[in-house]
Design a protein around this ligand. Sequence first.
Ligand code: MN
Length: 290
Amino acid sequence: MKLCRFGQDRLGVVIGDMVHDVTAAQDQIRAQAPYDMRGDAVIAALPEWRGRIDEMAKSAPGAPLASVQLLPPVARWTKTMAAPTNYRDHIAEMEANRAGAPSKMGPDIGKAGIFLKANSSVIGMNEEIPIRFSDRRNDHEAEIVIVIGKTGTDISQERALDHVAGYALGLDMTVRGPEDRSFRKSVDGYTPLGPWIVTADEIADPDDIPFTLSVNGDKRQDSNTQHMVYSMRRLIEFASSFYTLYPGDLLYTGTPKGVGPVQPGDIIRVNALPQFGELRMNVRAHKIGG
Ligand code: MN
């Protein structure tokens, strides 16, 4: 199932190039969810509701995907996690760019840990990426994103995939510079996510997802999750050894080589297996005050 959010907080199922409105399910699920729950009620309810949502989608009228504004596919989540240096070829690229100056963090994800991006930096395809520091280098990082499906902590690798609701395409945008990584990567709009969530059952092997990124039609990143230093299972085990993971939590799994700068006016496209769709983001200049 391909689950999206669109328009004014509506829930949709994508079938072909149509979006079928299943907001009635979202309304019922949210009405039953405690206000103080951690995580996203719809994602948490998916195992129970999946069949009913499928049925509703079949009978709901569809609207062409191209006619709707796609929001981030999760409405409420507790944290946006991201793996640094999780592809060896990107580590080599970072070290080369650093030109001899030693890294504070080090290239070992096991030592550097998972970092957090502000939830407020996440945007959907309905928005554009607003470049805030055009005098500095602003880089794209194409990443496959895990969407957590159920609450868990100290999750073993053996059970890790049981905690996955699905996957999506993401961009971990970065302002280059001396500030703390979390600060530089949490600028408003610097964490695009979309176009929808592909549920885990549609992905045969999450550690074998080919994906590419292009800027204005030029391919810059071209890799496969099989080249990750920490696999999907190991990332979940690692993150959950520090944090309880909640439904809807996002885990950006790292970027391969080919990271490069973007400018206002650029169009970034991230593609993977066909079921992921395409994350297409316009880049614009930030306007002071909005
Ligand atoms: Mn990244």
